[in-house]
Design a protein around this ligand. Structure first.
Ligand code: GUN
Length: 290
């Protein structure tokens, strides 16, 4: 069997087209959705991500404001900028690109973002809302994976889902979204004793470890849906995921490629979250005017 390739690029384009239509509807009501992206320092990968996020916003009709701060900026300066953005009525979403320089307290920075503008879904309030089944913003990458599973008509209810990686950004929220959709979920971490024994049970396998080759073909259950969240640059310049793609595609039922899989979906869902923040803000203004 050769797996079906899940085309994240095509699905992302469809989602972005949907967003552009809803943005148009908001603009017709004189509401211009706006996203602020804050980048601290010169990390080359972060610079590329921020540029791509801003470009995707503009293409969908969402205004983007990129705020670049030097590597030596203080935490107080960053918190001050976030507070100004919290109060700015033209800004509906705020994203602080991670990782931050080592001298900053990431948790404190994230908790300073207004939960209603936290389009990454990283604020503890949003993490708590997700955990209790009442999500406001779902973190973009796991949200994008759910959209992919939906578009592939994957049966999640009652499925065995295994998530490899337990980060706050991907692994943990991914597990919560799969659980809410009715899967039986296992979360693996770097201490998991026999990773293959876990992954081989998975009808849905999501891998987000940041380690190329973490999951080989023999660790995949025949017919499984394999979602590879990893993006790793090898020394020879090649971009690969965390799954051995060529081996795994011979075993899986469906699989995401890298690049062109989960990556484009993350940006598409950031646009969805920003649009929805602007829609909620417009509804609040409308309510207040009545
Ligand atoms: N760095 C890597 N992934 C992300 C993300 O999804 N959001 C932010 N803000 N920073 C990141």
């Amino acid at each position: 069997m050769t797996a079906r390739i899940i085309d994240g690029k095509a699905l992302s384009a469809a989602v972005r087209a949907e967003v552009a239509e809803r943005v148009e509807a908001l603009r017709a009501q004189n509401v211009q959705p706006g996203l602020a992206v804050v980048l601290v320092g010169e990390d080359p990968a972060s610079q590329v991500y921020v540029r791509n996020k801003a470009a995707a916003c503009e293409k969908a009709g969402i205004h983007s404001r990129v705020i670049r701060m030097g590597q030596d900026s203080t935490e107080a300066e960053l918190l001050d900028i976030i507070q100004q953005l919290n109060e700015d009525p033209d800004i509906h979403g705020i994203l602080v690109q991670l990782p931050l320089p080592g001298h900053m307290n990431t948790a404190k920075v994230i908790e300073t973002i207004s939960a209603e503008k936290d389009v990454d879904g990283f604020h503890v309030n949003n993490a708590g809302l997700l955990m209790t089944g009442k999500p406001l913003f779902r973190p973009c990458t796991p949200y994008g994976v759910m959209r992919m599973l939906e578009s592939e008509n994957v049966n999640i209810r009652g499925a065995e889902a295994v998530v490899v990686g337990a980060s706050n950004i991907v692994g943990k929220p991914m597990a919560l979204l799969l659980l809410a959709a009715g899967a039986t979920v296992t979360i693996c971490n770097s201490k998991t004793r026999d990773l293959g024994a876990q992954t081989r049970r998975a009808d849905i396998l999501v891998v987000a470890t940041g380690r190329p080759g973490m999951v080989s073909g023999d660790m995949v259950k025949p017919g499984a849906v394999v979602i590879d969240v990893g993006i790793n640059r090898l020394e020879d310049g090649r971009l690969v995921g965390d799954v051995e793609f060529e081996e795994a595609r011979k075993v899986a039922g469906a699989i995401t490629p890298v690049p062109g899989g989960v990556g484009p979906m993350t940006i598409a869902m950031l646009l969805v979250n920003t649009l929805e923040a602007a829609e909620r803000s417009a509804a609040r203004l409308h309510q207040a005017a009545l």
